[in-house]
Structure formats: structure tokens, C-alpha cells
Design a binder for this molecule. Structure first.
Ligand SMILES: Cc1cc2nc3c(=O)[nH]c(=O)nc-3n(C[C@H](O)[C@H](O)[C@H](O)COP(=O)(O)O)c2cc1C
Length: 266
């Protein structure tokens, strides 16, 4: 075979392809465990951020395990369920999209009830109570809904009084930086802390308004500033928060907790 024969060229090209594909697949297989671990770590970090337990120097896994007592609830009844009924209900790797799309574990949201524009939702959700000295201080509730360009995924921290918001953070969205992307702005996020999500009758009253809240006006305690130049994202946040705190979201679970709280006090 001459040095520059077609067969030799093809053989060399095939050999290079083979070596490269072996290298790429070996890298993909060996890195997949690390990627899975990183995804889990990132989720823990986001939950700790929503819980106001995150700072750069903490051991994320240790802090998560010390304070977070995750569990799976059935949204319709508010009951805690046994996660062993499906691999998808693992609290640490819980993937909202996968559970929502599952035939058994997810359900369609009828258009007239779909304020968050999510089309499907999980029937079961992982929630993350924050427990200190044996007492639940707050509960981190996963929420999601449509903005302008994307479905926005976040965590809402609800105080143990079951009325007050303790924190809110989005961990995934595709809104425009500087406009809808200002949902990541720490000053905007800080406003949520201390806002009343519910009135005394347990009705959802939290509202993200267009423009700025007049702090001296009645009702300011349950209003949050809208994002300027981003009316659609603002409306999306307003609707997704109200959806998830309402009867088609965590409402039944929160009603159950309120009843338990009233029983304890009586
Ligand atoms: C390039 C570009 C990106 C935009 N990104 C967003 C966005 O992320 N969220 C949003 O609500 N509006 C976004 N807008 C603006 C909307 O199209 C719309 O004009 C706006 O929501 C109206 O808000 P306003 O009533 O406060 O002006 C964007 C507009 C442009 C041109």
C-alpha cells in the first residue's frame, strides 16, 4: 500500500475517530457521577440560599443535612407520602420536570386553573422544612411558572407562622439580564422578606404590582415592587407565587398545617 493511498488515508481517519470516540465516551461515563454530585450540591446550595443559611465558607452538604428535613407531600391532600413508591420521588434528586411529565406522578393543569402557565405539575412535591433545635423555622417550597421567555424555577421560604414570606430566590430562568433577569437582583429579592403571603383567613394576598410599592399605603405589607421594563416577567412572578400558595398548589398542605397548629394551641 503506497504512503498516500486512499485506503491508508481512510484507515488513519477511522483510527483517529475510534480513539477520539473512546476518549469522549470514557470521559462522559467517568464524569457523569461528578456531574450528578454537582447537580445535587447546586440544589442544596439553592435551598440553603432560600433558607438564608448559605455563605461562601460553609460546608454545603453538612449544613443541608444539619438543618433541612426534606419530605415528599401529595399536593391534593397535603399528606406526607412514602418516597419509596417511585425512584422519581427521591427528595435529594427530585426533578420537577420529570415528575410533572410522568403519567402517574404528574398531572395536567386545566387551562382555567393554570395561572402559572405550566400546563403540567407534579402530583407530589419535595418540600424542605428548615429545623433548628427541634422546631420547624420555615419551609422551603419549590415554585415555578412562565415569565416572558422561560419557565422560571425558584424556592419560596415560608415562615413557621404560615403567613409570612422569609425569602425568595430563582435558581433557573431565561429572562433578559437587566429586565426580567432582575429577578436575581438581591435588592429586589430582599423585599420579599417579611411580606404577608396570607391574610388571617388563610387567603392568598401577596401581590407583585406594576411599579413601586408605596410603603405608607394600606396593604403595603403584602405588596412587592414590580421589575421596571419587565411587566410580563413581573406578572409571571405574581401569578406563579399566587398559584403555588393557592388551592392548586400548596394550599391543602398549608391548610393541614394550620389545622394542626390550631389544635396544638387549643
Ligand atoms: C430584547 C428585549 C428583551 C426583553 N426582555 C424582557 C423580559 O425579560 N421580561 C419582560 O417582562 N419584558 C421584556 N422585554 C420587554 C417586553 O417586550 C415588554 O415591552 C415589557 O414587558 C413591557 O414592560 P413595561 O410595561 O414595564 O415597559 C424585553 C424587550 C426587549 C426588546
Amino acid at each position: 500500500m503506497s504512503e498516500d493511498s486512499t485506503r491508508k488515508t481512510l484507515a488513519v481517519a477511522l483510527g483517529v475517530c475510534l480513539v477520539c470516540s473512546i476518549l469522549v465516551s470514557t470521559a462522559a461515563v467517568s464524569l457523569s457521577k461528578i456531574q450528578k454530585e454537582n447537580r445535587k450540591r447546586d440544589k442544596f446550595k439553592n435551598i440553603l440560599q432560600a433558607a438564608d443559611l448559605y455563605s461562601k465558607d460553609i460546608d454545603i452538604s453538612a449544613t443541608y443535612r444539619e438543618f433541612i428535613r426534606p419530605r415528599i407531600i401529595e399536593l391534593e391532600t397535603g399528606e406526607t407520602v412514602d418516597p419509596s413508591m417511585s425512584d422519581l420521588l427521591n427528595v435529594e434528586t427530585f426533578d420537577i420536570r420529570a415528575v410533572a411529565m410522568d403519567n402517574e406522578l404528574g398531572t395536567r393543569v386545566p387551562a382555567d386553573k393554570d395561572a402559572a402557565q405550566i400546563k403540567r405539575k407534579p402530583r407530589f412535591m419535595a418540600i424542605y422544612p428548615v429545623v433548628k433545635q427541634g422546631q420547624t423555622q420555615k419551609t422551603i417550597l419549590p415554585v415555578y411558572g412562565k415569565g416572558l421567555w422561560s419557565t422560571m424555577y425558584g424556592f419560596l421560604a415560608l415562615n413557621r407562622d404560615l403567613k409570612t414570606i422569609d425569602g425568595f430566590t430563582f435558581y433557573e430562568h431565561g429572562e433578559t439580564p437587566g429586565l426580567g433577569g432582575e429577578v436575581d437582583n438581591s435588592q429586589w429579592k430582599a423585599q420579599w422578606q417579611g411580606k404577608a403571603a396570607f391574610d388571617d383567613q388563610g387567603r392568598v394576598v401577596i401581590e407583585v404590582i406594576k411599579g413601586q410599592v408605596d410603603s405608607s399605603a394600606p396593604g403595603a405589607e403584602h405588596k412587592v415592587d414590580g421589575l421596571s421594563g419587565a411587566t410580563i416577567t413581573t406578572r409571571g412572578v405574581d401569578q406563579l407565587v399566587r398559584f403555588w400558595l393557592g388551592e392548586n398548589g400548596y394550599g391543602p398542605y398549608l391548610d393541614k398545617l394550620r389545622e394542626e397548629m390550631a389544635d396544638e394551641q387549643s
